[in-house]
Design a binder for this molecule. Structure first.
Ligand code: CMX
Length: 473
């Protein structure tokens, strides 16, 4: 009886998955590209495991164990790799290379995040047609009934709830449609097809979450959890998201294409990527995993720094105004900003937007946002303040003597772009980061399932055990 039921479920589930894909040639193409890349990678993985299984790629130390595991290479994560000096590479491509090679939006200026999704998943730059078809597929998957579950969940949260809490809860409400969870519960998911369900869930999540995020933005503006404008199928993923939030300027759409492309991924060890893949290693579905990752992104040392940067910038402006600092006089402005920054540091706080756990130079994500400002609004007052701070901060932080990297990270610049185009609610900024970040971390989850990665379970140790071993106490 049980066997018959299992066989029936297998047939149904296999059928529904295949039907969904047959109906969408672009998903078939995507799946074929993943299978091909996996076959190539598997040759390498087999060789590495067979001939180098015991070779060290990094050593753990007492310092690393107490120091947040800095410097330990203990994970394989395929979509991107971070070089401390050069910055991030997405499947081998630097940010300027992505800007040059990836298919672009209608203005022909900035890359499309859906093209970045294809790149991270397959390791190949998509054609313009592939990016367009993938976007159409994402539009097709925006199931209104499922989205309305998230809408109701967010609306049930008290007004004034942080948008990141709302977004994480909204993603959990979307989980009610998880194909992975359903297939696992039905007994039809197994190690060889987990990745297919993970891909299905991830595409659905990437399709639906911008709707939820746009409703959350509108709640900040109007109090109502609803879209400011209906989704428009002719628009690409980033411009449609901006449209649903109520922004109709082509220039802002380009800004969003860039923003949502460069925040996608930062290799596997950062809090949002590591949390997502760690939770997924327990075979929690992509929704549960990404919601966990979002909760990590919501911390001020990680993604929330983009909100904190604005507080810092406005605080600086206020102090300057109170002291009647003339910004046109560069030397006076620099002197005043230096004084206020030292006050902040001496009160034991960090300067948001500066420093990094891995990077040791200016973040190229900072540089490309700076270039965007130079192209579009070089005279913007806030942009100029950020530039002045960029001139003085590395010197201050070096003199302060604590941080290993006195240069700016991505979060030091993103708020300036958003403020310029009228998205002034800085409490929302980390949600934008999250909408982008899902593209990278869900690609990571799919690849973990494709490669059959096991449950993640590093060993921990107590101070007592360390003291016995090294202090003989
Ligand atoms: N301002 C003041 N102090 C700083 C600092 C900053 N911007 N960056 C690092 N430090 C301090 C650390 O707090 C630490 O102090 P303690 O020894 O007292 O604990 C010391 O310098 C050494 O830190 P580190 O090894 O250079 O940096 P970590 O890897 O520990 O931390 C990070 C990295 C990002 C958390 C840290 O640089 C920071 O707090 N920056 C400000 C917050 C921020 O911008 N976060 C966003 C990062 C990018 C992202 O994930 O979005």
């Amino acid at each position: 009886m049980r066997t018959a039921r299992f066989a029936m479920l297998s047939r149904c589930s296999g059928l529904s998955l295949r039907c969904a894909s047959t109906a969408s040639p672009i998903v078939e193409e995507l799946r074929a590209a993943l299978v091909k890349k996996n076959a190539e990678d598997m040759v390498l993985i087999k060789d590495l495991k067979k001939n180098h299984d015991g070779d060290a790629i990094g050593a753990s130390t007492v310092g690393a164990a107490y120091g947040g595991m800095r410097g330990i290479t203990g994970l394989v994560y395929e979509p991107s790799l971070l070089d401390p000096v050069e910055g991030i590479r997405f499947r081998g491509l630097s940010i300027p290379e992505c800007q040059e090679k990836l298919p672009k939006g209608t203005t022909g200026q900035e890359p499309l995040p859906e093209a970045m999704l294809w790149l991270l998943l397959t390791g190949e730059v998509p054609t313009a047609e592939q990016a367009k078809a993938l976007n159409a597929e994402l539009h097709r998957r925006a199931d209104k009934e499922v989205i309305s579950r998230a809408q109701k969940t967010v609306a049930a949260l008290p007004k004034g709830t942080h948008p990141m809490t709302e977004f994480s809860a909204g993603v959990l409400a979307l989980q009610t449609d998880s194909k992975f969870a359903q297939a696992y519960s039905d007994g039809v998911a197994n190690k060889s097809n987990y990745w297919e369900y993970a891909l299905e869930d991830s595409l659905n999540l990437i399709s639906r979450s911008p709707h939820v995020a746009a409703m959350i933005y509108n709640r900040l503006r109007t109090g109502k959890v609803e879209l400011a404008a209906e989704s428009r199928p002719e628009l690409d993923w980033a411009s449609n998201f901006a449209n649903m939030m109520g922004f109709q300027s082509e220039e802002f759409w380009d800004c969003m294409r860039l923003y949502l492309s460069i925040h996608v991924d930062h290799e596997g060890g950062n809090v949002s990527a590591h949390t997502t893949t760690l939770v997924a290693s327990a075979l929690s579905d992509p929704y549960l995993s990404f919601s966990a990752g979002l909760n990590g992104l919501a911390g001020p040392l990680h993604g929330l720094a983009n909100q904190e940067v604005l507080k810092y910038l406005f605080g600086m402006q206020e102090l300057c105004r109170a002291d009647k600092v003339d910004f046109k006089d560069e030397a006076t402005a620099e002197k005043a900003l230096t004084k206020y920054t030292w006050n902040l540091l001496n009160s034991g706080r960090v300067v948001p937007g500066y420093g990094h756990a891995v990077l040791r130079k200016t973040d190229p994500r900072y540089t490309c946002q700076r270039d965007f400002c130079m192209r579009h609004f070089p005279d913007d007052e806030l942009f100029q303040l950020v530039n002045t701070i960029y001139k003085i901060m590395p010197g201050i932080l070096t003199e302060h003597g604590k941080t290993k990297n006195p240069y700016p990270n991505v979060d030091a610049h993103s708020g300036v772009l958003l403020q310029h185009y009228g998205m002034t609610e800085q409490v929302y900024y980390t949600v934008l980061f999250g909408v982008s970040r899902q593209i990278g971390v869900l690609s990571g989850v799919i690849w973990d399932r494709l490669q059959g990665r096991p449950l993640e379970r590093p060993k921990s140790i107590t101070t007592e055990a360390l003291a016995k071993r090294f202090l003989k106490k």
